[in-house]
Structure formats: structure tokens, C-alpha cells
Design a protein around this ligand. Sequence first.
Ligand SMILES: [Zn+2]
Ligand SMILES: [Zn+2]
Length: 1004
Amino acid sequence: MPTPRRSGRGSRARPRRAGRRAGGGASRFDCQGLWIEVEVEKELGFNNKRQIEEFGIDRFVELCKARVNTFAALQTEQSKRLGMWMDWEHSYFTNSDENNYTIWAFLKECHTRGLIYKGHDVMPWCPRCGTGLSNMEIATEGYREIRHLSLTVRLPITSPGHDGEDLLVWTTTPWTLSSNVAAAVHPDLFYVLVEAADGRRSWLSRGSQPRVMGDGTVLREAPGRELVGLTYAGPFDELPVQAGVEHRVIEWDEVSDEEGTGIVHIAPGCGQEDFALAKRDGLAVLDPIDEFGIFRDGYGWQTGRFAGATDDAATDLATDVAADLERKGLLASRERYLHHYPVCWRCGTQLVFRLVDEWFIAMDPLREPISAVTRQISWLPAGIGLEGRELDWLRNMSDWMISKKRYYGLALPIWECVDCAAWEVIGSRDELQARAVAGWDAFDGHSPHKPFIDQVEIACASCGGRSRRVSDVGNPWLDAGIVSFSTMGWNTDREYWRDWFPADFITEGFPGQFRNWFYALLTMSTVLADGPMTKTIFGYATVLDEHGEEMHKSKGNAIAFDEAAEEIGADVMRWMYAAANPAANLNFGYGPGHEVVRRFFLPLWNTYGFLVTYARLDGWTPSASDQGAESARTLLDRWILSRLDSLVSDVRRALDAYDAARGARAIEGFVEDLSNWYVRRNRRRFWKGVLDDDKRAAYATLHEVLATVTGLLAPFVPHLADAMWGNLVAAVDTSAADSVHLSDYPASIPGRAQPEIDAAVELAREVVALGRTARAASGLKTRQPLATVRVKLPASANGRLSPDAATAAELEAEILEELNAKSLDVLTDASELVERTLYPLLPVIGPRHGADVGRIMAATRSGDWRILDDGGAEVGGVRLAADEFELTARARPGHEVAESGDLLVALDTQLTPELEAEGLAREVAHRLQGLRKSAGLEVSDRVAASIDGPPAVLAQLAGHRDWLADEILAVALDLGGEADLGPSAAVEEVSLPEGSLRLGVRRA
Ligand SMILES: [Zn+2]
Ligand SMILES: [Zn+2]
């Protein structure tokens, strides 16, 4: 499988969530069709269809089936590894009898309604695969940029009065010129007769003349309708097939002169629009090539040659056509022309267009009914126009070509009379058996595939003669589209089917499916059930490599599923997909994978590890005895539980709306809050020695949070969540489910959410964030305590961090600790902290305020201005809009300021000797801790320590001696003495701005 995402026609066999069976979803494998044949042909080294017939169709079909089984088994194992929850014992294979016979029933229903017809039409054709492609297959992914030899050709007019005049036509498919029968002009476009320097006179459109014959002289001018009916000599009139063909100028509204000459060469056997024009005007139709793209008899030197373009100029037919025309004096010019050209989406061969008999479902009568069904479905993601894109396809689709001239696929259940050509559609195996007059015994016991099904003959209902099955197989989208019926027993147990139909949800990549899977499902569901096959369709964009390039094996940037599962793990892949915006392409690769690990998985895992480590040290397990801890819960405990409750509601809402990305992002945000605020702010509670109620409250809170998050994570990262659950819940609670996947999804707890606490903590965190910004700007070290933090709160806060005094006090303490400051002042006016300057934007106000500009500028200088509530300003009595000025803020001396919206935080940056001494003590404590660590001491080891250095520095530290000793767990701290700590001491010289110190530490 080329990419880790379970989609894309590149997959060997795709499980796709289809209908549901009791107990879980069943997975469907696409198991028949050309794409498998192409792979088996490659294995066998075949180049064309004839080799399959020589090999034996029965053996070939067996190999196709075997290949499907191999890859389905492989993909089942990969899907399990990815944690896909499916009823794998009941996976569904589209080559099953039930699938094929349900499609028969669908086609029979179409036939009963008169929708099936045999069409003689020009179709896009793969000359390698030897089969036509439906328009939807080409529209989806079948174009490539290719350079072809294009020719401008002279067609001498033979009508009287036009002696010496040529029509100029242009073609990018020179092989079709030998089948030319007409030249089309737009009736209302103007055409000119131009004489070139060599005296030759040519007709072409006026618009194209400067480009094609710019240096010629215009002799005449006429609207296209005046040219209609003229006859001309064809470019290959000498060919036997051209005998008796009259070439004439016809009108066509689709002609334009943006490219070419404004006169279009028409070969009805080689183009769909050409064929339609031939039907309209009764033109001759030449049918030049066979199923391998080889010219038939009657085409002179071209007979036996391959019509399609080849990369080798020596064998490229176009080169020889150009030479032939040049010899006949008919070639005006040639160029290499780059254009969008259709290719076979299975094998990459350039397509040709050829005349064929194919079977179709007439879609006109279904256009409106399918559109109505489409509108009943919820298309997600909402707001990106998925429903509109499907409706757009439905408005423009042509009839559905359901036949393929191949071997391994649905046997089209159409039997055609050998004698009278009457045909009918058989709707079931039973019907076939009842009607069979020959071959039943040869078929009985086999699946309804070639070659055995072709043995069965029935009696013609019209003439009583022998009817044989048409040898075509079905379009593979029939296989994919019938799933909502065949997987749920529509054919065999209609009651069961009714219980499950329609599905709740299906999902596929949307770029390709409007014309394919979604379309086939909608069509079949409209015909068989007159309603939607699913309530919801969830589409997602394309998976690209991490640089946004398409993944290709040949480019070397494809990542195999197993490799990715080894490198970053299935859960990380799942999280990347789940958290991605499904409307945008996903850049998948190890870079983004490791980024997800860093951003989400590590903080989650570290938080989990933190709880487990300390709970084990304390022998704490969640139990009823923690009830007493409930009342000991701190503000932050109640805050994180309130946040948790909102998270549960948010994730539930998101998943109910099939919005995994919103749920995943909510969880990521929560884990960030949990690890970076709750756990960090609470570390000391977990570290302290006694297991008191406060510590129990902390354990109980963190445990509940993690157990709940684990539950929320279960559908996103099933492996990780189950491992965490096993340890956090199942191992300590005998009444709990053994697996997180057997437990109920977390639900909100009434009364848990406390919006006022959420708001207060949020405000305090914003103050801290701005305070950190200001400290970074001031250049003062984090360890340097500051005297005062001044805060101007938003008006909505009413001048308080919280309406609750205790909460406000607790948050104030949090802020001061985080910002390492002594006191907090809450201000109502920031003007004593910052000096604001208003700069009117002259280029903007000039045109708008004209005469008032002088007044505005004067008022600005004198400070006669104020900011209005709407964000504008009043300046000297003139109102300025928000976009008419800039406002800058400069901190008053001795402050550093940061602001966001109407929240402003100012740090008092003036240091007293006391503050400097405390900052020094903290720095020294930090260095001593480092020394402890590098000396290999345990966290709990008691030490003896010494500090020596300049007397002034020691004097600064003296006031903090007890604090320092506590910090480093020193039972003895020698400050400036000559205490000999002995040879086992770790010693370090450190250089600080205040002076050099000699630090020593040894285990006490
Ligand atoms: Zn092909
Ligand atoms: Zn008949």
C-alpha cells in the first residue's frame, strides 16, 4: 500500500467502511475490475489482451481472485495494526456472488424502467487495456500534460468560384486526418481570405489571422455562415475508405478561434462531438482503428500502424502523416504543442477515441431524483461546498457507460439474441436458471464470472432463438456502489436490510469521489430505495508528503504503512489524521509526525508518568478513602476539574458532529493546560513528604483528569489509551472495565463546570504571560525578585482578579510566584505606567479631513486627544476612525510594560539592595542544586555545603542563609569560613556579576 491513508485507487484492495452488521462495521474490499487485471497482467508480463485469451480466461480469473485474497489479508492485518475497528471476520468482498447478483437486480430494475441501452458512440479508449473508459473515470484523474505534434493543414475548396482557395484547419491528433469528412465553422464568427507572400490564399477566422498568417494580405471577409456548404478536397482522398465521401463545411456553435484557425477538422469516428455532429448533419462516419489502436484495412500506408502517439519519433504516426501531407502540398505548418491529454488511469497509456458498442444507463431521467437524494444527506465538512460539487456533477453528467471489454469483473447480465439481436436483462441467478436452455451444468457451481457464466444460453423472448450473454464485464463502480444493498442482505433478507439502511456515516477522500463512489452509491440508492444510502458523507482532502508534494513510489517519497507504523507508531499517525482539517490536504511525513509527538504525546506521557511515579512512591491508589480529600481541593484542583468537564462536553459535541479535528484540538489544548499549568504549579504538593489531605486531593484530582482524558482519547489513539487505562484504572479498580474500549465514553458531571473559576484562572494566566513578556524585554533574570507588578485589568473584571476574595488572593499569590515579585497592584488607569502617543496617519486623514488636518496635528502635539470606546479617537474635537491613526505606548521610567487588548501588565524594574541580595541568593541556590546533581546526589540526600568568595558578596548572602540551607537540604552551610568538606566534596568555581564564588557540597 503506497500511503498510510486507507484510500486512493493506488491501494491494492481497499477496506472501506460500508454498511454495518450487528456488533460493528464490516469492511469492504474492492475485488474485481480492470485494476486487478492490470496488476496480474504485469505479474505475467503481458502487454495486451490477446495474451490473456491465449493464457486462458479461467486461469487468468483465478489468478485475479488469488491476488485479491492475498492483498485483502495483508491489508486486514495493516488495518488491525492501525486500530481500525471492523468486523474483520465478516469482511465483504465485491467479487462475492451476493454482490454480483445484487448488481444484477439493480440493472434489471434499470431495464424495467427503460434506462438500459446499447450505444454506438465514440468513447475514450485505452489501446493497451483494450477497453473503453467511462467519462467519470477520465474526468477524475485521467489527464496529463503531454506535448504532441500538431499540424495546420490546407484543404482546397472545390466549390465553384473558389479556385485556388484553401480552408486552414488545425489538429493536435494527426492520426484522425485520414478519417476527416467535414470542417466546422462558427456561423457568427468572421472569417477572412488571406493571401500569403507565396500567393497561396487561405480562409481562417479573423481572430486567428494575426497569429497564424499575420503577414498576409486580407482579400475578403465573410461570416462563417457564408462558408457553410462549401465542399473541399480531403487530406487523404486517395484512401479506399474515403471513396465516395463528400467533404463539406458545416456549422457548429462550439467553434472558437482562441486556438488554431477557427475552422475545426471533423472526424466522426474519432471524437465524441464529431460523432454527434455526424448524426445531426448525416455525415459519413469512418471507423479507423481496432481495439488495440491499430488502423484497419483501407487506410493505405497507415493500415497496420498504431494510431496513438508514441515517444519514439521513428514509430510515431504523426511524423509520417506530416511528411505525407507535405509531399501532397497540404501542410501549412507544424509545431510541438503542449496540452492536457487523457491517459488511462490504470496503465498510463495515452487514450484514443474510437467508435464502439457499449452499454449505458440513461441518466437524464435520474438526474433530478438523484439530486433530490443528494440534498437529503449531510455533507461534511460543512461549508466547503461538497454537496454543491456533487450536484454540479449530476447536472453535467452524461449517460453512465457500464460495460468494459475485459475479463475479470461483474458479468453484465445482458443476453442478446444471435438471430434477431433482441436483448434482455436477467435479474437473478434463479431467473437465469429458469430461462437457461444450455450451459447451466457447465456454469453451476461457479461464481458468476467469465468464462463459465458465458456458457449459459437462454431462449430469445422475441424469436425463440438462442441468446448469449454479451461478453462485456461491468464498470467497477457498480461493484462499489451496490455496497449499501449487498452488504446488508437486500437480496436475501429485506427485513434485516431495512433495519440497517441507511448507514449513519460513510467516508472517502472527496477530490475523486463525486463522479465515482459517491455518484455510484447515490445512483443505485435512488433507483433501488428512492432515498439516501447514508445520513452523512464525510469527505477529506488528499494526503501529500510532508513538503506538500504528491506521494509516488517512483518519486521515492511514498511511505509504506508498515514502515510508518514502525517509525512513528499507529497512534501518532491516527492523531495526525484526526487533528488535521479534513478540508485541506494533509502533509504526511516523519517531520510532522515527530512534531506531533513533541507537541502532544510527550506532554501527555510525561504528565501520566509524573502521576504514576509519585503515586507509587507514596503507595497511593484511587479509593474511597480519598473522599476526605474532596474538601481539601484547591482552587487549581477545582479549576482543572472544571476545565475537564468543559473538555468532555466539547469533545462529545465535536464527535457527535463527526468533527474529529475539533475534538483532537480541544484535547491538545487541555493537555497543554494540564501539563504546563496545573502540574507545574502543583509540583510541590506532590513532592512534599507527608501524604496529607492536600496531597491526596492533588493525587485524586490528577488521577481523575488523566483517567477521563484517557477515556476521551480512546477512539483517537486506541493503543495508547488502552495502555494508560490498564495502569490508571483497570489495575486499581476491580469494578472497572478491563479495557478502555469496554468502558462508557466520558460524560459531563452536573455542577462540575465553574465558569467563574475558569475565567479568573484564565485572566491570571494572561497576566503571567504578559508579565513574562515584560520581564524578557527588561533583560532581568527570572531569578531576580521584583518589588511590584502593576496590572490594569479589562473593564469587565471590575478591578478584581475574581469576585471571590479568596480566589483573588490565591490567584494573586500564583501570579507573584510565577513572576517572582513581591506585591501586586491592581490599577484602574494605566496612564501612570505608560505614556501614549497618538500619530495621525497623514496620507489617510488628508483626503478625509481636508481642512481639519491642521487642527488635528496641533491637538496631537498639545496632547488634546482621547481614545473612544469604539476604538476611534477624538482629537481637538475631531473624530478619527481607528484606521486613521496609530497609537504607541512607552513605559514610564522604571517600568517594563506588556499589553494585550485592554489588559496591561507593568513590572517595576527598580531594584533595592534587598532585592538584589535575594536575587543573588536564588542564583547561588540554583548553582548549588546543579552541583548536587552533578555530584550524583539523590534528590533526598542531606548535604554539608560551603560558599566562599568576596566579603561583600558573602554579606549579601548572609541574610538568606537559612533559606539557602533549606533549599539545598543542607544540614550545615558554611558561609565564608574555611570549612573543610573533605576529599569527597564536589567543588565548583562560579563567576557571577557580583564576583567569583567557590561552592562545595558533600553528602552529610
Ligand atoms: Zn490502460
Ligand atoms: Zn431473437
